[in-house]
Design a protein around this ligand. Structure first.
Ligand code: DGJ
Length: 737
């Protein structure tokens, strides 16, 4: 049993293999959070201080007991209106305009297996792997019932949370905020690590003190965004990669989100995660319910690497689905950076031919194959094949590519429309627009109202006509702007605040329909690179294009940041041409390949145009990737250097779960003459064991590698042994002896 109810102490305890999470039904039914940390037996509510504090009001039913206050207690699901002045998870407006309610415990149920959320992505598990707790809170007078759902996967040290809100009264209500989870930590000087960025520069880790203030991160863009990731970590000041406590929260949702992290006047740290309350105003008629998406929660007592590994395993095996979940993905070549939209069928075939020659396994045709799409000002919405440009039908093109021994993949961007398209000319009201206001354009395109099922279906029907004809093995589903003008002619005044949530569900429905129709399809997510890289998308797409920035050195940082919350095998990563089109940097093709192998691995250039020497390396790289794939994609991942601080070298390591082998990856970031000695400290090896490098035959002690490190390999030159120049990559295999 992972979930226990102690009737005497009124505690409900969620135990995983190494952690305990506990709540207590407190005075008057306030649901208190007592503990989240390493396994702890018994009632942890001794931690909760009962003190009369000025300006911290008391519930009416507490009578004269002034030490009872929602403002000072740690709470499981803080709501606005009960006297808690900190950030709340829940806020409703009654039909008379009054804001506020007071949620109290009603009952709880413990169920076998893991709950699921209709129409929303969520962790799945075998019945024997998980248990579910449903705690019902209510405010009878306000007419609202909240079901807090907890999924416990003990073997993974994972807890999931979600909330379902029901209008259980007889008057309409409007939700102003309905977050999915709140975590209050009474003790500890927690810091926040969040992952911020920009287009072509996603997910840079930022570690910051919290102090007595609220830190709000999130997205108002209708997508999870390039600018902030819906994944945060709370860590103690002395927590490092390999030691110290930390808590991770990952939102399984791809739309606008908010994460409010605060420290209150008495030192309690609170993190609230859920749907972005701005532009959210969700009406509920009596009997109607709203489902808030899921949050994943994990606690590690052993540092950030272990925390990441919990999220990696969870996402890889309990979020990602379908036949491609555990299969090696084909090494692909995508034509985007080679041609943009300036191609014809012959050009694509010539790129494919060379790719096939050199061992690539799949050719992906990116943007520009449909309608009048010759630049990014026209064509979106018209999903008919431009046979004139291709010189044949899509089915014929796919056949020609398959005849080369390659699989075939295709790009789509279903959520978008150009004003210069037949679709827009026929249905201008299908785009999100505010009547009378000129819409904001992004990449010269508007956004289709995917909150309306009939629009999702119309686009789906168009696209599957092409897919039925060419039966692609892979589809890249892109999305290239943020949402503004969020108004739909199809909804009432009261329902405009539902659109963003319903839009995200529409996107999920579109992807689910694709997967249902083509069960073997490999779907890759994309939003101008990694603008919608989140656990929600990964439920449908086992991989997401990590960034439009393909420069290997920039990618090291982007993939490093992404690795805190997401598995290596979910990060779309390709070798591209040099000098890089964006960063204008030049790295050897070997370095570009080593970095792409810390992702899905593929190519994004015309292989006809590289040097003969580079051409020889491509088949070797593909062979190396295939040989090491299991370790690269299933091994435990360790970040060995902090690429935000260490400007000399970046290093990371994959270690087989049983410790039998490991792959050490190093990329030098600078060079200097007569350089000081440099060592890379390894991690995750079996202490006391020895490991052999099969290439040199040299045997290393794991203890030495993990305490002193591996010397940076030297180059033998006619001047003697010298340190490698900048942007040189090494992969060192280690096999346990
Ligand atoms: C943005 C993507 O990230 C690129 O890889 C490419 O597919 C373009 N869109 C195409 O418009």
């Amino acid at each position: 049993m992972a979930i226990y109810y102690d009737k005497e102490q009124c505690t409900i305890t969620l135990d995983t293999q190494h952690t305990t999470y506990q709540m207590k039904i407190g005075p008057g039914g306030l649901l208190l959070h007592t503990y989240y940390g390493p396994t702890a037996e018994g009632d942890q509510s001794y931690l909760i201080p009962y003190r009369d504090r000025g300006f911290s009001g008391n519930p009416y039913d507490a009578g004269n007991q002034r030490a009872i206050s929602a403002d000072t207690f740690p709470l499981e699901y803080p709501c606005e209106g009960n006297g808690d002045f900190r950030a709340s998870a829940f806020s409703l407006r009654r039909c008379n305009g009054a804001v506020g309610c007071d949620l109290r415990y009603q009952e709880h149920r413990i169920l076998p297996g893991k709950y699921s959320l209709p129409g929303l992505p969520a962790v799945y598990a075998q019945e024997e792997e998980a248990q579910t707790l449903v705690v019902t809170l209510a405010d009878r007078e306000a007419g609202v019932t909240v079901e807090l759902r907890y999924g416990v996967l003990p073997g993974l040290d994972l807890i999931t949370r979600a909330a379902r809100i029901l209008n259980s009264g007889d008057a309409p209500l409007t939700l102003q905020n309905a977050a999915s989870a709140a975590v209050d930590q009474l003790a500890g000087d927690w810091e926040l690590i969040h992952f911020s960025g920009r287009h072509a520069g996603e997910r840079t880790p930022c570690r910051t003190e919290i102090g007595q203030r609220e830190i709000l991160i999130g997205s108002r863009r209708g997508t999870s965004s390039h600018q902030q990731s819906p994944f945060v970590i709370l860590a103690q000041p002395d927590t490092t990669e390999l030691s110290g406590p930390c808590i991770g929260m990952s939102f399984v949702y791809s739309g606008s989100f908010a994460c409010n992290v605060s420290r209150d006047q008495f030192g309690t740290t609170r993190a609230v995660m859920g749907i972005q309350p701005e532009h959210f105003d969700y009406p509920l008629q009596p009997g109607e319910a709203f489902q808030a998406p899921e949050v994943l929660l994990a606690y590690s007592a052993d540092g950030l690497a272990h925390l990441s590994q919990i999220f990696h395993k969870t996402i890889a095996r309990h979020i990602c689905r379908g036949p491609w979940r555990d299969r090696r993905r084909p090494v692909l070549l995508n034509n985007w950076e080679a041609t943009g939209m300036d191609f014809d069928g012959e050009k694509i075939l010539s790129i494919a031919r060379k790719a096939a020659d050199l061992g690539v396994e799949m050719m992906v045709l990116d943007d520009g194959w449909f309608g009048a799409r010759n630049d990014d000002n026209a064509g979106l919405g018209d999903w008919t094949v431009n046979t004139q440009k291709l010189g044949c039908s899509m089915g014929q093109l796919a056949d020609k590519i398959r005849a080369m021994g390659l699989k075939f993949g295709l790009w789509i961007e279903p959520e978008m429309v150009n004003e210069d398209s037949d679709l827009y000319r026929a249905h201008p009201d299908w785009a999100l627009q505010i009547p009378g206001k000129r819409p904001v354009r992004g990449r010269n395109q508007l956004v289709l109202d995917f909150s309306r099922p009939e629009i999702v279906d119309a686009i789906f029907d168009q696209i599957v006509q092409v897919l039925d004809e060419c039966r692609p093995d892979y589809v890249k589903m892109d999305m290239n702007r943020s949402l503004v003008d969020v108004y739909t002619a199809a909804a009432s005044y009261q329902s405009q605040g539902k659109i963003l949530y319903e839009y995200t569900k529409g996107v999920y429905r579109f992807m689910q329909q694709l997967l249902d129709r083509y069960p073997d399809l490999l779907l890759e997510g994309c939003s101008g690179g990694g603008g919608r890289f989140d656990a929600g998308m990964l439920y449908y797409c086992p991989q997401i294009w990590c960034s439009d920035n393909t420069d290997a050195i920039d990618r090291i940082r982007i993939q490093f940041g992404t690795s805190f919350g997401y598995p290596i095998r979910t990060m779309g990563a390709h070798v591209s041409a040099v000098p890089n089109h964006d960063a204008h940097r030049t790295e050897p093709i070997h370095t570009r390949a080593v970095v792409a192998m810390a992702g899905t691995f593929g190519y994004e250039l015309d292989l006809n145009l590289i040097s003969e020497e580079e051409k020889q390396q491509v088949p070797q790289q593909i062979a190396a990737f295939k040989q090491d794939w299991d370790l690269l994609h299933n091994g435990l991942f360790y970040r060995l250097t902090d690429v935000m601080k260490n400007r000399k070298e970046a290093a990371w390591m994959m270690v087989a779960e049983d410790g039998s082998q490991a792959l050490l990856n190093i990329v030098t970031l600078d060079a200097t003459g007569n350089s000081p000695n440099r060592f890379i400290r390894c991690a995750g090896l079996v202490p006391g064991a020895n490991y052999r490098d099969p290439e040199s035959g040299r045997v290393y002690s794991a203890n030495a590698l993990m305490s002193q490190g591996m010397p940076l390999p030297l180059y033998h030159t006619r001047y003697g042994d010298v340190a490698p120049g900048e942007y040189t990559a090494f992969q060192i295999h280690l096999q346990r002896v």
